[in-house]
Design a protein around this ligand. Structure first.
Ligand code: NCD
Ligand code: ZN
Length: 448
């Protein structure tokens, strides 16, 4: 794996423990020293970061880049270019592509296909359902960093596993120390409420929220908490959207259950009051809910119940997003706006700045066994850095968004903080906000 030789001078380093002024020196792609007044000996480039914040490159644990099989929605080249522009240096790619990543052959084929196209480093999830749990060990030894399990209906129509299979999956998670990430909405309840709301003749965008109420997420998380408690397996609940689910995780944690949670910027920054404005553009699973839920998610972050923020980058075509509420696709792009939106929140005092490296880089890298190589500014770690100007204002525009389908509710949003440089293993892949033509991303395997 290639790596650059670079010195970043005079920046304000932000880690999960502290903020301090220092230089960071990267040689052969690895951080070799952190301190004041470092020499530029042996480096090819010096970046002056005076007045800027230097954060670890973001590890986005939740992206659907759509390749292979769904390239009409988006592809890996566009997705990883978007990542680079958004300060994301590692993406963990979801398995609901075509074919789904269900065994070591599909995993290895996907890795091979993507490696030549990656602008940032990437790792891969495998998917688990009833008929392929026997491939668990094989996929891990082939390089999967974790698994995704879909409990409720969503893009890809991957069937939910039986309760017996869930027990088996979480037992294997305990045995092999592997994180299992869940789309946690109870399938039967989603179907029940969807039929109910549809039969009422509802066609407004908010009907989607009512078709998947909080109890769907709550029940799914209660079930996972119970099985995780009994098996010792690790259940990581993705895209948390409700107060009730946060409470279940909080209680489970107190009792020592291996439960962790992720939320996404859209659950923190939008609410069901916005359906009038954005319509099906903000349709996503689980749905965006009321302000009480939004508030509970912020609390969950502050209390450490929610340990990661991922983007759930989920591109669909403009036509797919514009359909009627029951037909429109769920999800929208997010990898490029993950850091800008959360950085803005931090700079405006909604969240402690030192929480950003923890939520966006360190914790995802730990959960998916990429730490300490990824997710931290430390001697010996990869030289993955993002350098931002905290004083500049920046407007998210359609032109700035790199995607085949640059649609998101966040277009037009003004944020504080501008991403200046993104560094991947000591090589600037974004300089002064401009994407560089270096597609040198590598496939990362787990460090067990
Ligand atoms: C995701 C997608 O489109 O792949 N959609 C979504 O609404 N979140 C799938 C998922 O994670 O549920
Ligand atoms: Zn999901």
């Amino acid at each position: 794996m290639r790596g650059g030789n670079l010195l970043v001078r005079n920046g304000l380093i932000v880690t999960s423990e502290a903020m301090f002024k220092a230089d960071v020196k990267v040689v052969d792609g690895k951080i070799v020293s952190i301190g004041e007044g470092l020499s530029n000996e042996g480096v090819d480039e010096v970046i002056d970061a005076k007045g800027m914040l230097v954060l670890p490159g973001v590890v986005d644990e939740h992206v659907h880049m759509r390749e292979p099989g769904l390239e009409f929605k988006d592809d890996f080249t566009h997705g990883t270019k978007a990542a680079a522009l958004g300060g994301v240096t590692t993406v963990i790619e979801q398995p609901n592509t075509l074919p789904p990543v269900e065994d070591s052959n599909t995993l290895l084929a996907k890795a091979k296909l993507l490696e030549g196209k990656a602008f940032v480093d990437f790792a891969l999830y495998g998917v688990l359902y009833d008929s392929n749990v026997h491939n668990f060990e094989d996929m891990i030894s082939s390089g999967a960093v974790g698994f995704k399990v879909f409990l409720g209906p969503t893009t890809g129509n991957i069937p939910p596993p039986s309760t017996g299979s869930l027990y088996h999956i979480l037992s294997l998670s305990a045995k092999h120390n592997v994180t299992i990430a869940f789309h946690a909405e109870d399938n039967d309840l989603v179907n029940y409420f969807t039929n109910k709301v549809r039969s009422e003749g509802r066609v407004d965008a908010k009907a989607h929220e009512d078709a998947r109420p909080p109890i769907c997420e709550e029940l799914a998380v209660i079930k996972l908490a119970t099985i995780a408690k009994r098996t010792g397996g690790h259940a990581h609940i993705l895209h948390l959207s409700s107060k009730e689910a946060v409470e279940v995780i909080k209680e489970g944690k107190v009792r020592g259950v291996k439960l962790t949670g992720e939320t996404c910027p859209h659950y923190l920054l939008l609410s069901n009051e916005d359906y009038v404005k954005y319509g099906t553009l903000m349709k996503v699973n689980p749905p965006i809910r009321g302000l009480t839920h939004q508030q509970a998610l912020w609390e969950g972050i502050k209390e450490g119940v929610i340990e990661t923020i991922g983007s759930d980058h989920a591109p669909h075509t403009v036509e797919e997003k514009k359909k009627s509420v029951w037909e429109a696709s769920s999800g929208f792009i997010g990898v490029q706006t993950l850091l800008p939106l959360t950085l803005d929140a931090a700079l405006k005092g909604k969240l402690q700045l030192t929480l950003l490296p923890k939520l966006l880089s360190e914790n995802p890298a730990k959960l998916f066994k990429l730490w300490p190589r990824k997710g931290v500014i430390n001697v010996g770690s990869d030289g993955d850095l993002v350098i931002v100007d905290p004083n500049e204002e920046f407007t998210i525009t359609q032109e700035w968004l790199i995607s085949k389908n640059p649609v998101t509710p966040f277009i037009g949003w003004k944020v504080r903080g501008r991403i200046k440089h993104t560094i991947l293993r000591g090589v600037p892949i974004v300089r002064d906000g401009i994407l560089q033509n270096v597609s040198q991303g590598s496939w990362l395997k787990a460090i067990f």
